[in-house]
Ligand binder design. Structure first.
Ligand code: TRP
Length: 458
C-alpha cells in the first residue's frame, strides 16, 4: 500500500465532488445524442423498458463492482487487476478497457466536435426560421466537409487534455460540480417547450407506450450496450474514479445516485426530443443526426430561441467534456502508473495517439468513405462495437471478478466501509454479480451475436 505511486495518488475532495465527477462521466452525449437516436431506431417504448431493466439489475451492480475494484486496489484498471489478482490473466480485462477507451474517444470526440460547430452556428446567426430540409442539409454538408469537423474535434481533444493535465481536484471535480446542475435546468426548459408543441403527444406515446412486438435480440443487445455506454461502465472508467474515492464515502449510494441522475437526464432528453420529432415530422429512426436536426428545430420555434440555443450547446459541449476527460483519464492513469510516465507525458502521448484514430473516424464520415469495417463506416463500426461488444464483455468479467475471484469478505468490507455501514443489500448484490448479471450479459450477448451478421456484408 505504501509504494511511491500510491502516495502520489490524488483523491476527490468531497462526497459531492465524487458524485459530480462520476455523474459527469456518465452524463454526456450518451444521454442527449445517443439515447434518443438509439431509442428511435429501436422502436421507442419497449426499448426504454428493456433499457431501464438493464440499468437497475445490471448497470448499478456493475458500477458498484467497478468502484469496489478501484477503491480496494487504488490503481488504474490494469494495475488494479494486477494488484488484486497477481500473476493471473485478469489484467487483460484492464487492457480491453484501454482499447475501449481508444475506440470510444475516437468517435466521441468526432461528435463532441459537432457540438462545438453547432455552438458556433448558434452564435453567428442562430437557426432562425430554418426549415427541416435546410437543417438536415446543413448537418450532412457539415459532416461530409471533413475539415471543419476535424478542426472542432482537435479543439475538443485539446480541451480534454488540458483538464486531465490539471488533475482530479482542480480539474475534473471543480468543473463538473457547477456545470451538471446547469445542464439539468436547460433540459427542463427544452422539455417544456417540446411538450407544448402542437402534436407533441405522439412523441410521448412513442417514447412511453411499449409495443412488445418490437423487441428482438438486436433491440435487447442495443439496450444493454446503451445502458453500459450511458453509465460509463464496462471499461474501467469507474475503476479509475473509484480509486480516487475516499475511504469514508459510501460506494453503494454513490452508484445508485449516479445511475439515477444518468437515467433521469436520458429520459428527459427523450421527452425533449420525441415530441418535437413528431411535431416536425422528422423520422424517429434518423440515426446519429437526429438531435442535430430536432433540437435546432425546437430552438427556431422558441421565443428567445437563440439565447437558449447558445446555452444549450455550451452545456452539451461541457457534458461531453466531463465524459471525455473520464475516458482519457483511464489511459493516462495507466500510462502514468504502470509505465511510470509523468502525468504530462502520459497525457500528451494518450491524446495524440487517440487523435490519430479520431481523425480517421471523422474522415470516414466525409472525404474518406473507403474507411470501412464489416460494411460500416469506421465511425459507425467503432461506435457500435464499443458499446455493444467491448463494454458488455468488460462488464461481464468485472462482475465475475468481484463475484468469484475476490474474497467475499473483502468485497463486503469495501462496500460496508470496514463494517461501519449496515450494507443491507449486500447479499442481493452478491447474488446478482455472481449469477444473475453474468448469465444475463452472456445470454444477451450470445443471442445478439448476429449484430455484425445481418446483411451488412453487402
Ligand atoms: N457515459 C458517457 C456518455 O453517456 C460516455 C462515457 C464516458 C463512457 N466514460 C465512459 C462510456 C466509459 C463507456 C465507458 O456520454
Amino acid at each position: 500500500m505504501n509504494s511511491p505511486s500510491t502516495e502520489l495518488r490524488e483523491s476527490f475532495g468531497s462526497r459531492i465532488g465524487v458524485i459530480a465527477a462520476a455523474a459527469g462521466s456518465a452524463i454526456g452525449l450518451g444521454n442527449i445524442w445517443r439515447f434518443p437516436y438509439v431509442t428511435g431506431e429501436n422502436g421507442g417504448g419497449a426499448f426504454l423498458l428493456v433499457y431501464l431493466a438493464f440499468v437497475i439489475f445490471i448497470g448499478v451492480p456493475v458500477m458498484l463492482s467497478e468502484f469496489v475494484i478501484g477503491r480496494r486496489s487504488q490503481r488504474n484498471p490494469v494495475g488494479a487487476f494486477k494488484k488484486l489478482a497477481p500473476r493471473t490473466a485478469w489484467p487483460l480485462i484492464g487492457f480491453i478497457g484501454i482499447t475501449a477507451a481508444f475506440t470510444i474517444l475516437a468517435f466521441y470526440t468526432t461528435v463532441s466536435g459537432w457540438t462545438l460547430e453547432y455552438l458556433y452556428l448558434s452564435f453567428v446567426n442562430g437557426f432562425g426560421t430554418a426549415k427541416k430540409a435546410e437543417l438536415s442539409t446543413q448537418f450532412s454538408n457539415f459532416v461530409a466537409d471533413g475539415y471543419r469537423p476535424l478542426f472542432w474535434q482537435l479543439v475538443f481533444m485539446l480541451l480534454t487534455a488540458y483538464i486531465v493535465l490539471k488533475g482530479i481536484k482542480n480539474g475534473i471535480e471543480k468543473y463538473t460540480k457547477i456545470l451538471m446542475p446547469m445542464l439539468f435546468l436547460i433540459i427542463m426548459l427544452l422539455v417544456i417547450r417540446s411538450v407544448t408543441l402542437p402534436n407533441s403527444y405522439a412523441g410521448l406515446v412513442f417514447l412511453f407506450k411499449p409495443d412488445f412486438s418490437k423487441i428482438t435480440a438486436d433491440v435487447v443487445i442495443q439496450a444493454l450496450g446503451q445502458s453500459f455506454f450511458s453509465l460509463s461502465i464496462g471499461m474501467g472508467t469507474l475503476i479509475t474514479y473509484g480509486s480516487y474515492i475516499n475511504k469514508k464515502d459510501q460506494l453503494g449510494t454513490t452508484a445508485i445516485s449516479v445511475s439515477l441522475a444518468d437515467t433521469l437526464i436520458a429520459v428527459l432528453a427523450g421527452v425533449a426530443i420525441f415530441p418535437a420529432v413528431f411535431a416536425f415530422g422528422i423520422a424517429p429512426e434518423s440515426g446519429p443526426s437526429l438531435v442535430f436536426i430536432t433540437l435546432p428545430m425546437i430552438f427556431s420555434q422558441m421565443t428567445g430561441g437563440q439565447f437558449f440555443e447558445i446555452i444549450f450547446f455550451i452545456l452539451l459541449a461541457i457534458a461531453a467534456l466531463t465524459s471525455t476527460i473520464s475516458v482519457l483519464e483511464v489511459v493516462v492513469a495507466y500510462l502514468a502508473e504502470e509505465l511510470k510516465m509523468s502525468r504530462k507525458k502520459a497525457t500528451i502521448l494518450a491524446s495524440v495517439s487517440i487523435s490519430i484514430l479520431g481523425i480517421l473516424c471523422t474522415l470516414s464520415q466525409g472525404p474518406l468513405p473507403e474507411l470501412r469495417i464489416a460494411g460500416y463506416s469506421l465511425f459507425d463500426a467503432l461506435e457500435k462495437s464499443s458499446a455493444n461488444i467491448f463494454l458488455p464483455i468488460g462488464g461481464l468479467f468485472i462482475v465475475l471478478f468481484v463475484g468469484w475471484k475476490m474474497k467475499k469478505e473483502d468485497v463486503f468490507d469495501e462496500i460496508t466501509n470496514q463494517n461501519t455501514l449496515k450494507g443491507r443489500f449486500k447479499i442481493i448484490y452478491l447474488l446478482i454479480i455472481r449469477f444473475a448479471a453474468p448469465v444475463a450479459i452472456a445470454l444477451v450477448f450470445l443471442n445478439g451475436l448476429g449484430i455484425f451478421g445481418s446483411g451488412v456484408e453487402a
